[in-house]
Design a protein around this ligand. Sequence first.
Ligand code: AKG
Ligand code: FE2
Length: 249
Amino acid sequence: MAIARRAAATDHEATDLAARVDALDWVQITDELDAQGCAVLKDLLTPDECRTIAALYPDDAHFRSRIVMGSHGFGRGEYKYFAYPLPDLIAQLRPALYAHLQGVANRWNEAMGIDIRYPAAHSVFLKRCHEAGQSRPTPLLLQYEAGDYNCLHQDLYGEHVFPIQVAFLLSEPGRDFTGGEFVLTEQRPRMQSRAEVVPVSQGDAVAFAVHHRPVQGTRGTYRVNLRHGVSRIRSGQRHTLGVIFHDAK
Ligand SMILES: O=C(O)CCC(=O)C(=O)O
Ligand SMILES: [Fe+2]
């Protein structure tokens, strides 16, 4: 009886989470992605859900590896890649988000003259990754303390790349930490880099271009190169959940 009730509750939460993703204003998000290369997804996770995910960090049973950023020149702080099977909430979020981003990804590739197209279902895209030897899960949990930062980078893990990714802020700015802004830079051909700081609250997510995106210029469409990172955490502790749609070699 207790088990049946628990299963029902889990189903309900899962359905609820996909429905929350579906209920976002995807017309506006798509417009923002096209115009800026990033968009904020407001209030997707509850504070409880944020705390629950962040609290997984010490429990290595959930993870396949731990990266100390300072050892690789990635910045300062650390993160862990989740192992399969992903925690339920992340396993639900990943395909639900992908379903809404896949159309943008296909349009971007068409505009940039790239032949690759993305299937409607995330499971089909993952099969493509896995068949090419990219079979290790890429969702990750990041943990920063005062003084930590994440250098500008691109999350490429092999030949197969889904061009948009999503990062969830699990901590509350001003209460749990100060500093630690999410930063995107954009490099246009023959121009200097432009930076964008994206304001997010606990439970919000940022969707952004992984490595490049099309920009309409006066003489046609060109590719701009993007990088993302996090400015120095001034105080406290900051946790983020990163959702990347391609898997890793
Ligand atoms: O901590 C952040 O906000 C950025 C995390 C990140 O680099 C990622 O999700 O790929
Ligand atoms: Fe990243």
